[in-house]
Design a protein around this ligand. Structure first.
Ligand SMILES: Cc1cc2nc3c(=O)[nH]c(=O)nc-3n(C[C@H](O)[C@H](O)[C@H](O)COP(=O)(O)OP(=O)(O)OC[C@H]3O[C@@H](n4cnc5c(N)ncnc54)[C@H](O)[C@@H]3O)c2cc1C
Length: 288
């Protein structure tokens, strides 16, 4: 591992100033589950590593206000999964967080780190996209909010600018009942990154949103407003709609799976996650 300066700022302004001064030569460290691996492999060679665990504004709390659940930047997967409001309103996100790595990884891995790492296969991304997550950023020029839909620019690339930090992720609590489900395919049952992953949400009138991961340079969000995903809609209409939606995917062949396999499994997993989403929608009165 190449040498670097390790800094642990205690204020947000200090953190922003260091990041702004060093630009691409500085690297934020939250849980470190991505950063440490890449440092060890020599894929990252920053001059400065900025550990943000002592910055109070990046707290690990989950707060509900005015119909929005705000997930602080340092919230780890374990705490997200354990939160009753997340499980009730955003069960597909809890399911996605539950498959990230192992218990040890989930105890360290933050939600913000998962999206900032910008892996096309990030497991929480499809659920966050379907639920309409908004990313809060703070930097040298103030604060801003970005819909997750426009946050990813490519593998490892996001809209996070020089000197900026993600401070929180907002999840708007659905106003009307919605059922949602997460699914993924991996090569083995143990710790493995997704060959494909996806999330489906559906409302009572059959409006559906799907987000697909590991099948394009970034996770992608697509929607269908035709009603083909209503509980009583004909299966052939739904299958045709699924084929249209998965046509937006641009999978590649790599060590985890072939292009054709990924495309075929997207259809299979879309049908399965829709079934679970409908089940959640119809068996509960609350938004799920
Ligand atoms: C063994 C193992 C298994 C894994 N399994 C999975 C899996 O199944 N699914 C999955 O999706 N991921 C998996 N991962 C990847 C990793 O655990 C997740 O991406 C994790 O959520 C990253 O969070 P972190 O807090 O550890 O991020 P870090 O490693 O600290 O940071 C990740 C990136 O985000 C940046 N960053 C972090 N926080 C901020 C912030 N607040 N503002 C701006 N930039 C920030 C960092 O600079 C870095 O570029 C695995 C990793 C390992 C080592």
């Amino acid at each position: 591992m190449a040498a670097f300066r390790y800094l642990r700022p205690r204020t947000m302004s200090e953190a922003i100033a260091v990041l702004d001064e060093h630009g691409a030569a500085a690297r934020v460290l939250a849980g470190g589950t991505d950063v440490l691996v890449r440092l060890r492999l020599g894929h990252l060679r920053p001059a400065v590593v900025l550990d943000v665990k002592d910055v109070p504004e990046l707290d690990a709390g989950i707060v509900e206000t005015d119909g929005v659940l705000r997930v602080g930047a340092r919230t780890v997967m374990t705490d997200l999964i354990a939160d009753a409001r997340v499980r009730r309103h955003f069960p597909a996100l809890a399911d996605a967080a539950s498959v990230v790595g192992s218990v040890q990884i989930r105890n360290r891995a933050t939600l913000a780190g998962n999206i900032c790492n910008a892996s096309p296969a990030a497991d929480t991304a499809p659920a966050l996209l379907v639920y309409g997550a908004i990313v809060h950023l703070a930097g040298p020029h103030g604060t801003r909010q970005v819909p997750l839909e426009t946050f990813f620019l490519g593998p490892g690339k996001t809209v996070v600018g020089r000197g900026e930090l993600v401070t929180a992720i907002d999840l708007p609590v659905p106003a009307a009942p919605v059922g949602a489900a997460f699914g993924r395919v991996t090569r083995r049952r143990g710790v493995d990154l997704a060959t494909i992953n996806l999330c489906c949400s559906v409302t009572r009138d059959g409006q559906a949103r799907f987000a697909f991961g590991a099948v394009a340079p970034t996770p992608i969000l697509v929607a269908d407003a035709s009603g083909a995903f209503a509980p009583d809609a004909p299966a052939h209409d739904r299958d045709a709609a699924i084929q249209r939606l998965i046509g937006h995917a641009r999978p590649i062949s790599d060590v985890r799976g072939g292009r054709e396999y990924r495309q075929a499994m997207l259809a299979v997993m879309s049908r399965r996650s829709w079934t679970t989403a409908i089940d959640r929608l119809t068996t509960r009165n609350e938004s799920r």
